[in-house]
Ligand binder design. Structure first.
Ligand SMILES: Nc1ncnc2c1ncn2[C@@H]1O[C@H](COP(=O)(O)OP(=O)(O)O)[C@@H](O)[C@H]1O
Ligand SMILES: [Mg+2]
Length: 328
């Protein structure tokens, strides 16, 4: 389950404003990837290019054999059925209750009977922890519930790919932690490919298998979490460690002008935290042994890496931890 998305040489501009040029990356099938970047770097525009809502100036987006920018309307329509998209605000219809909102894609895109629709809607609502809220209106629920309702709606067509645009924006840290756990659990259950755009460094550090950074009209880096979090590349190091010093400034203009700051010596990356685990005690197929990428590439982990909140060292105790989970 889950398909790979291969992006090659993608360039997008609006008029004379170049958003990014020459973006290439492979989003691995069935894995969780996260895309970050200062605001205005074209993260939302990137997601829209993946589903064919916007067309690039040039480049390719290969998904399941097709090249998205070159698909005809009919094929594009079919392709979009493979994508579940969670927009930033949940994009719920204000006059429809949650049940009807979540049922909407099924009524729109399938010929399923109302009883079948009911089974699917209730199943997805349970998955995201919204059972019992069927008759609530979007205006009556919290931001966190809206995100989960949007997520349930993104799931009803059993997508191969789930795209989420800042699902954690506007959520408090506790709600964000719950949402991240939900992403891990959904990925475990569904095996779909996840791409999550986020602003939250905390999320980026613990949730995904792969991390990417958009900055200064390009994709600075995309790769396994351990690679990115241990990187001393100035922008990557600054961004994922939330430091003030470095090439990323407050204003977009400074980002472009202040190249000198890049020569500032990189600081030691912060300890790499253990990755979030599925709550049912299982392991995700795409989850790698802590420290594996670092070892394979001869990189010494930043001191204190892979120690969890309870003080357990995942680097050394991984086998025992796995055995303990499997006994539960
Ligand atoms: N449909 C559009 N027409 C013209 N400019 C756009 C359009 N969509 C986005 N932009 C511009 O592209 C840039 C990147 O936008 P966006 O992808 O929303 O950034 P991010 O999601 O990273 O904050 C912004 O400068 C924005 O104004
Ligand atoms: Mg955006």
């Amino acid at each position: 389950m889950g398909v790979e998305i291969r992006v090659e040489g993608l360039r997008k501009s609006f008029g004379r404003q170049v958003i990014w040029e020459d973006v290439s990356l492979t989003i691995p099938a069935g894995e969780i990837s996260a895309l970050l970047g200062p605001s205005g770097t074209g993260k939302s525009v990137f997601l829209k290019n993946l589903v064919g809502l916007l067309r690039p100036d040039r480049g390719h987006v290969y998904v399941g054999g097709g090249d998205v920018p070159r698909l005809r309307e009919n094929d594009l329509y079919a392709l979009r059925r493979q994508f579940g998209v969670l927009f930033q605000d949940g994009a719920l219809f204000g006059s429809m209750n949650l049940y009807d909102n979540i049922a909407f894609p099924l009524r729109e895109h399938t010929k399923k009977s109302e009883s079948e629709i009911r089974r699917i809607v209730l199943e997805k609502m349970e998955m995201v922890g919204l059972s019992g809220s069927e008759s609530k209106l979007p205006g009556e629920i919290s931001g966190g519930m809206k995100k989960r309702a949007g997520l349930a709606r993104a799931l009803v067509l059993d997508p191969e790919v789930i795209l989420a645009d800042e699902p954690d924006s506007g959520l408090d840290p506790v709600r964000t932690a719950y949402l991240n756990q939900l992403f891990v659990d959904l990925n475990t259950q569904l095996g779909a490919t996840f791409l999550i755009v986020t602003h939250d460094i905390g999320t980026a550090r613990v949730l995904p298998d792969n991390l990417g950074l958009l900055f200064r009209r390009g994709l600075v880096m995309f790769g396994p979490r351990e690679m990115v979090l241990s990187s001393t590349h100035p922008a990557v190091n600054q961004f994922f460690n939330a430091r003030r010093q470095g090439p990323i400034g407050m204003a977009e203009e400074k980002d472009l002008a202040d190249v000198a700051a890049e020569t500032a010596p990189p600081t030691m990356p912060a300890p790499i935290p253990p990755q979030l685990m599925p709550s049912d005690g299982s392991l995700r197929p795409s989850m790698r042994r802590p420290g594996e990428w670092l070892r394979e590439h001869g990189v010494t982990p930043p001191p204190g890496s892979f120690v969890d909140d309870e003080g357990r060292d995942w680097l050394n105790d991984w086998d025992a931890l796995v055995a303990q989970r499997q006994r539960r």
